[in-house]
Design a protein around this ligand. Structure first.
Ligand code: PLP
Length: 435
C-alpha cells in the first residue's frame, strides 16, 4: 500500500474561499508608507493613482479573512489549484534523516511558479475597474509571465520591464510573455528617462528589480493610460498568496500531522509569506508550535545583514518609502541565477515578523543551493528553480540537524517554482563554472 502522506490532494471545491490577511495579527501595527519628501504617511487615495483601487483597499485592510471572488477562484482551478502537498521520502532516505520532509508544489501551473496566485487577483480587479493596461517589472521572468498570462485571460494589455541579465540569461521567459501578448523590454531600457541615465553611466548595466520597478512606474506615470502592478513585497500581494498556506494547513490536517518547521525562499517575500502566514496565525492561536525559516542568497542579504529602516521600494526613489530590512535602494545585486531573489528590500510585513523574532532568517551561497537542487533532481526527480533551491537548502539543513539530534521533526518547504527555464544556470553548475 502506498503511504497516505506521499501525496495529499484536496478537491476542486477546497480552493480557499477566503484569503488570510496578516495585518491584524502582526506583532507591531504595520508602519505606513511615507512620502519621502515630507516624511508624512501617504494617504491611500494617493496610492490609488498607482495601483488598482482594490489592491490598495486590501493593503490597508484590518479584516483577517477576505472573500475571494468566484471568477478568481475559477481561474485558480484552471491553473491547477488546489496544488498537491508531497513528501520527499527518497530525499529523506538519501539524507538518512529521521525527519519527515514535505513540500507544497507551486510549480504545477502554466507559468511554473506561485506568481499566478496574485497575478490572477490583480488582473481581475484591474479588469473590474476598467483598467486597460498594466505595467510591471520582472526579474527572472516568472512574475512577467504570470501577469501576462492573467492579463491575457482577463483582456488587459501588459508592458514588462525585464532585468537585463535575466533577459539575456533566460530568453525563453520573454517568449512566454510574448505568447501571452505582452510587450517586453530589457531594463535598463532606452524607453524611460531613468533607464537612459543608467545606460549612459554604464552601457553594460546588468539591471536589478529596483531599476525595473522604476522604469515600469515611470512608464505608467508618463503614459497615463495604465496602472502599475507589483508582484511581491506588498501585504496585499502576500494576502493573495495565502491560498498556498491555507491549502497546506488543510492538507496537514488530512494526514493528522503538524509541521514543526516551515521553510521558504525570499525575494520580496510573497511565496514565503503566502505559505507561512496562515501557520503563523495557528501559532498565535497556540494551535501550533512551529518555527519559520526564511532563506535568502548570501549575495543579497537584506534580511540577515540589511538595516531595518525606511527605504524606497525601487532604485530611482520614485516610490513611497517602506519600513523594511534593506540593503539600500542603490544596492546592485551580483548577477546570480536566482533572479527572483535579487531585490534590495524585503516585504514590510515579513520584516516586522523578523524584527519581532517570529520568523528566522538565514542565507546561503549560490553554489550550496545549486548542490541542493542537484540532490533533489537526483533523488525526487524534480528540477527546482534556482530561487526555490534556497528553500530546499534550508530544508536540508533542518533535516540534517534532526539527524544529528535524532529528532523526528516534520519539515515543509514551499516548492515555489520549477527550473526548466533556468537550464543555463544548471549548465554552468554541471560544468563547474558556477561561483
Ligand atoms: C519570484 C520568485 C521567487 C521570489 O519572490 P517572492 O516574492 O519572494 O516569492 C521565488 N521563487 C520563484 C520560483 C519565483 O518565481
Amino acid at each position: 500500500m502506498v503511504q497516505k502522506d506521499l501525496k495529499v490532494l484536496l478537491d476542486v471545491e477546497d480552493v480557499p474561499k477566503q484569503y488570510y490577511n496578516i495585518n491584524p495579527d502582526l506583532p507591531e501595527p504595520p508602519a505606513p508608507p511615507l512620502n519621502p519628501a515630507t516624511k508624512e504617511p501617504i494617504p491611500p487615495e494617493a496610492l490609488k493613482t498607482i495601483f488598482p483601487n482594490e489592491l490598495v483597499n486590501l493593503e490597508i485592510s484590518g479584516e483577517r479573512f477576505v472573500n475571494i471572488p468566484e471568477e478568481v477562484r475559477e481561474m485558480y482551478i484552471r491553473v491547477n489549484r488546489p496544488s498537491p502537498l508531497c513528501r520527499a521520502t527518497r530525499l529523506e532516505k538519501y539524507l538518512k534523516t529521521p525527519a519527515k520532509i514535505f513540500f507544497k508544489r507551486e510549480d504545477l501551473n502554466p507559468c511554473g511558479s506561485h506568481k499566478p496566485n496574485t497575478a490572477i487577483a490583480q488582473s481581475y480587479y484591474a479588469m473590474k475597474e476598467g483598467i486597460t493596461r498594466l505595467t510591471t517589472e520582472t526579474g527572472a521572468g516568472q512574475w512577467g509571465s504570470a501577469l501576462a498570462f492573467a492579463n491575457c485571460m482577463f483582456g488587459i494589455k501588459t508592458t514588462v520591464y525585464m532585468v537585463r541579465v535575466s533577459y539575456d540569461q533566460k530568453p525563453g521567459r520573454r517568449t512566454i510573455m510574448q505568447m501571452y501578448g505582452a510587450e517586453v523590454f530589457p531594463s535598463p531600457s532606452e524607453r524611460t528617462k531613468f533607464g537612459r541615465k543608467l545606460l549612459k553611466e554604464n552601457p553594460a548595466h546588468p539591471g536589478s528589480l529596483g531599476v525595473a520597478i522604476s522604469e515600469a512606474l515611470e512608464d505608467m506615470m508618463t503614459a497615463k493610460d495604465a496602472k502599475y502592478s507589483l508582484g511581491s513585497v506588498l501585504t496585499s500581494v502576500i494576502t493573495h498568496q495565502t491560498v498556498i498556506g491555507l491549502e497546506a494547513k488543510k492538507q496537514f490536517e488530512m494526514i493528522d500531522t503538524k509541521p514543526d518547521v516551515l521553510v521558504g525562499c525570499v525575494g520580496g517575500g510573497s511565496n514565503f509569506g503566502g505559505f507561512s502566514y496562515p501557520f503563523i496565525y495557528e501559532n498565535k492561536k497556540k494551535k501550533l508550535n512551529a518555527r519559520f525559516v526564511a532563506v535568502e542568497p548570501k549575495s543579497v542579504p537584506s534580511m540577515t545583514e540589511g538595516k531595518y529602516e525606511y527605504d524606497f521600494g525601487d532604485s530611482a526613489g520614485m516610490t513611497p518609502t517602506l519600513l523594511m530590512y534593506t540593503l539600500g535602494h542603490n544596492f546592485i545585486p551580483s548577477p546570480i541565477h536566482a533572479g527572483g531573489l535579487r531585490y534590495h528590500g524585503c516585504a514590510p510585513s515579513l520584516s516586522n515578523l523578523i524584527k519581532n523574532k517570529v520568523v528566522e532568517a538565514v542565507s546561503y551561497p549560490q553554489l550550496d543551493t545549486f548542490q541542493a537542487a542537484d540532490m533533489f533532481a537526483k533523488t525526487e526527480g524534480i528540477i527546482v528553480a534556482p530561487e526555490t533551491s534556497h528553500a530546499l537548502k534550508g530544508a536540508i539543513v533542518e533535516a540534517l540537524n534532526c539527524k544529528k539530534k535524532g529528532e523526528e521533526k516534520v519539515i515543509c518547504f514551499n516548492l515555489s517554482g520549477h527550473g526548466l527555464l533556468d537550464l543555463g544556470g544548471y549548465d554552468k553548475f554541471l560544468s563547474g563554472q558556477l561561483k
